[in-house]
Design a protein around this ligand. Structure first.
Ligand SMILES: *Cc1c(COP(=O)(O)O)cnc(C)c1O
Length: 222
C-alpha cells in the first residue's frame, strides 16, 4: 500500500469537516513529501526537535501540530511556526507558550490535554484540574495564546464501550466548559481519535483526528 493511497482511504472515510492530522513522527521527509504531494498539508509530530528539523526541510505551507508531551524548555524552538499545540497540561506551560509567542509577535493556539483513559500512564489534566485552570485569574493575563479546545486519548483496549465512554466524557466537557469565559478561551476543537479508534471518535463528536500508522504504516520503533 502506498502512502497516497492510504491517505485517500482515510480521507474518504471521514466527514469533510473533520480535520485530519497526518502523524509523521519517526517518518522521513520523503514519506511526508509523498503525503504532501497527495494534498495533505497538516502534519503532527511528538518531538519538538524532530518537528523543527522537518519544518526547515519541507514546504512552508505545511501546518505543524505538536501532539506529544510538552517540555517547557523546548517551546522556544517551535514558537515561530507551530500551528497548534495539542498536549498542554498546565498553566505553567501555557505561560511559557505565551512568553515565547510574544517574542515572535504571534498568538499560538493550544488544546488542553484531558486525561480520559483509565490507565494512569497517560498525560493530561483531570477535568477538575482543567476547570481550575480555566477559572484562574492568571489565564486572563495570557494575551498571546488561545485555548481552542481539548485533546484526549482513549484507553488502549479492544473494548469499544470503554473507548466510546471516554470520548463521550471529553465531548461533554467541551459543552460544559462553555461557562468559563476568558477572551483567550474558545472551545470548538475536540482532538480525539487515532488510527485504531478514529471512526468511534468521530461518531462521538471529534472534530480533529490524529492518524499515523493508517497512513504511513507501522512506525520504525517500538
Ligand atoms: C502517535 C500518536 C498518534 C497516532 O497514532 P497511530 O495509532 O499511529 O494513528 C496520535 N496521537 C498521539 C498523541 C500520538 O503520539
Amino acid at each position: 500500500m502506498s502512502i497516497a493511497k492510504n491517505l485517500l482511504e482515510v480521507q474518504n472515510s471521514i466527514p469533510k469537516n473533520t480535520t485530519l492530522i497526518a502523524v509523521s513522527k519517526t517518518k522521513p521527509v520523503e514519506a511526508i513529501l509523498e503525503a504532501y504531494k497527495a494534498g495533505q498539508r497538516i502534519f503532527g509530530e511528538n518531538k519538538i526537535q524532530e518537528m523543527v528539523e522537518k519544518y526547515h526541510e519541507l514546504p512552508k505551507d505545511i501546518e505543524w501540530h505538536m501532539i506529544g508531551h510538552l517540555q517547557s524548555n523546548k517551546v522556544k524552538f517551535m514558537a515561530e511556526f507551530v500551528n497548534l499545540i495539542h498536549g498542554v497540561d498546565s498553566l505553567k506551560k501555557l505561560k511559557e507558550i505565551n512568553k515565547q509567542a510574544l517574542k515572535h509577535n504571534r498568538t499560538i493556539n493550544c488544546l488542553l490535554q484531558i486525561k480520559i483513559a483509565r490507565e494512569d500512564s497517560k498525560f493530561g489534566l483531570s477535568i477538575n484540574e482543567a476547570e481550575n485552570l480555566l477559572k484562574s485569574d492568571d489565564l486572563q493575563t495570557l494575551k498571546n495564546i488561545n485555548i481552542t479546545g481539548f485533546m484526549g486519548m482513549a484507553s488502549f483496549t479492544e473494548n469499544e464501550t470503554i473507548i466510546r465512554t471516554e470520548f463521550k466524557t471529553l465531548k461533554n466537557f467541551l459543552n460544559s466548559s462553555k461557562i468559563y469565559t476568558s477572551f483567550n478561551f474558545k472551545p470548538v476543537t475536540l482532538s480525539m481519535g487515532m488510527s485504531g479508534d478514529y471512526k468511534i471518535a468521530i461518531e462521538e463528536g471529534s472534530t480533529m483526528i490524529r492518524v499515523g500508522s493508517a497512513i504511513f504504516g507501522i512506525r520504525n520503533y517500538i
